[in-house]
Design a protein around this ligand. Structure first.
Ligand code: SAM
Length: 306
């Protein structure tokens, strides 16, 4: 978590936040029942939080580590993009528009989708700045309910920064994504890796919470604002395989992001030769089973099952 301009900003994913342990933090805390019957205030927590930080969000990612993160994320994503630029693509949980804007610049027609109005406003501004309005659409809503969007329409769905894990119903969110994907289309998305979160629970010394977390992978975002503490569902690689299968999606690739803990050695990333070497090693590891266990996030590509 990075505090900037008075607002706390979620770093990319829960696990990295746990490692930083700044003013805001994350922890487990919902029983299954509480997750199902969430008070209305909490239900909107994810929206409330992201609305609050939208204006300062981009500043927190302007450093060598995040440039490295984005380069490698794009390297993986671009291998799944179709050559036909007339095909519609959608960036779910688009935030301020980082990935949707890259897709727009590449020439695709892009729908920007997010639960937070304020994040969408930022994305809209950025699209306007690059005069991309004619090829962009904006849709506000929850990834678990994409009923405003047509069936079998999109050739690519991206969902980065773990919006599916933040959704009230991740399995339903994946079924919705499956519904809007056209045959042969692809979803490329990231998830919070449950395996990387155990250190945090150990460090808290609360073994009951550790046992509960081991069982259900549920945690929540803890900011100082109690009504912004939205629930998060973390998944292991096995959980993710099962979730995708349950949504009638066929896994075509899974990588760990990242296996090398470069975030703790970010000075290395200032040098371009070192960055290239690190990228080469990272890519040689990121599909290994051991690598999947080590990474804070899992990035998958999946297609509609035949
Ligand atoms: C960590 S940010 C990532 C933003 C962007 N994808 C990126 O990679 O820079 C997560 C985004 O997901 C959005 N989000 C969270 N839960 C969501 C949900 N249930 N449905 C749609 N968007 C959601 C948040 O509002 C936020 O903009």
């Amino acid at each position: 978590m990075v505090a900037q301009g008075g607002a706390a900003v979620k770093t990319r994913g829960m696990l990295e936040l746990g490692q930083n342990a700044g003013t805001d933090c994350w922890r487990g805390g919902f029983s299954d029942l509480q997750c199902v019957v969430m008070p209305r205030k909490r239900k909107n927590a994810v929206k409330r939080y992201h609305d609050r930080v939208a204006g300062v969000y981009d500043h927190s990612y302007d450093d060598a580590y995040w440039r490295w993160h984005d380069e490698l994320t794009w390297d993986h994503l671009k291998g799944f993009l179709p050559n036909d630029l007339t095909l519609p693509v959608i960036d779910i949980g688009c935030g301020t528009g980082k990935w949707g804007l890259k897709l727009l610049k590449s020439g695709y027609q892009v729908t920007f989708q997010d639960i937070s109005h304020k994040m969408l406003d930022q994305a809209r501004l950025a699209v306007k700045k690059m005069s991309g309005e004619s090829k962009a659409m904006f849709v506000q809503g929850d990834v678990a309910d994409l009923s405003d969007l047509p069936e079998a329409h999109f050739a690519v769905v991206t969902a980065f920064g773990e919006p599916i894990c933040c959704s009230s119903a991740p399995a339903k969110a994946l079924r919705e994504i499956r519904r809007i994907l056209r045959p042969g289309g692809v979803v490329v998305a990231t998830f919070d890796n449950k395996l990387a979160a155990f250190d945090y629970y150990l460090s808290q010394g609360n073994l009951d919470e550790l046992v509960r977390f081991a069982r259900d992978g549920r945690t929540h975002w803890l900011t100082k604002e109690v009504d912004e503490q939205f629930p998060i569902k973390t998944v292991s690689p096995e959980d993710l395989r099962r979730l995708l299968e349950g949504a009638d999606l066929r896994l075509v690739d899974m990588i760990g992001k990242f296996v090398l803990p470069v975030r703790q050695h970010r000075a290395l990333l200032e040098d371009s030769v070192a960055r290239r070497k690190l990228a080469k090693v990272e890519k040689s590891l990121w599909r290994s089973e051991a690598g999947l266990g080590r990474a804070a996030h899992l990035q998958i590509a999946a297609k509609p099952a035949p």
